[in-house]
Design a protein around this ligand. Structure first.
Ligand code: UDP
Length: 238
């Protein structure tokens, strides 16, 4: 499969057209952005680590019956994916309070939540990704119907339950994560984008050490070293 013209460039990935109109190639970049793209950085090898981690996590989800856009990994930094129309809603799932939840509501960082909290944010950098309720999503036609919103919530809970259990077997605590969904040519809702330490908060279960992009946000130290640790833990057989 060959990369043809650039289809779209985002903050951490590039999408290329291919000979097949229903398939794209995703290339994971070494660039980081955080705090609504106000903080930027690059670490060589970050893109390859995220490509491998995200591929493994999507395979685990596929094995549990969750449909994703992933077709296959092509090399260290690229994947073949089904072309989808991205639903402009960032779906966040939280198991433990951290980040914007602690800032907005004053809940202490590290507090376990009594149930998995699902939040929707508008995928719009110019507006600084504001939080949305169900009615905002419907009002702005971000989804077709209320049942699509319910489906996003159902899928988000299922993805959380599969990943949380899996990470626990690797001594990793899945604190929260962001996912995006797309609609394919046949109208199916598929998990799209990526699931990686750029889009998840992952803490060591025992020491609570941060093994994710918070290291970049908070200038804690090298990011790729901990991303390598995540890849090692999820690749090992237990
Ligand atoms: N997240 C993301 N992209 C975004 C916003 C959030 O991947 O544009 C992830 C983030 O890494 C974390 C979760 O979603 O795992 C919850 O993020 P939060 O709302 O706490 O915002 P943040 O503290 O990242 O600004």
């Amino acid at each position: 499969m060959k990369k043809l013209g650039l289809f779209y460039e985002g903050k951490s990935k590039k999408l290329y057209k291919t000979e097949d109109k229903n398939l794209l190639i995703t290339e994971f970049k070494d660039d980081f952005t955080a705090l609504n793209a106000e903080k930027k950085g690059t670490e060589i090898g970050k893109g390859a680590l995220n490509c491998k981690i995200s591929t493994q996590l999507f395979h685990i989800l596929e094995a549990q019956g969750i449909k994703t856009h992933l077709v296959k990994i092509l090399n260290d930094t690229t994947q073949a994916v089904k072309k989808v129309t991205i639903i402009p809603i960032e779906v966040i799932v939280r198991n433990t309070a951290a980040g914007s939840l602690t800032k907005r509501l004053g809940i202490a960082e590290g507090k376990k939540l009594p149930f998995a909290l699902i939040e929707f944010y508008y995928k719009n950098d110019a507006l600084h990704s504001p939080i949305l309720n169900d009615e905002h999503c419907l009002l702005m036609n971000l989804v077709k119907s209320e049942s699509d919103l319910e489906e996003l919530k159902r899928l988000a809970r299922e993805i959380n339950s599969v990943l949380k259990k899996f990470f626990e077997t690797r001594n990793i605590d899945l604190i929260d994560f962001k996912i995006e969904f797309g609609i394919d040519y046949d109208g199916n809702i598929l998990l799209a984008d990526e699931i990686s330490p750029d889009s998840c908060r992952l803490w060591d279960f025992t020491t609570h050490e941060k093994l994710d992009k918070d290291r970049f946000r908070q200038n804690i130290g090298s990011v790729t070293v901990t991303y390598e640790e995540i890849l090692k833990r999820i690749s090992s057989t237990v």
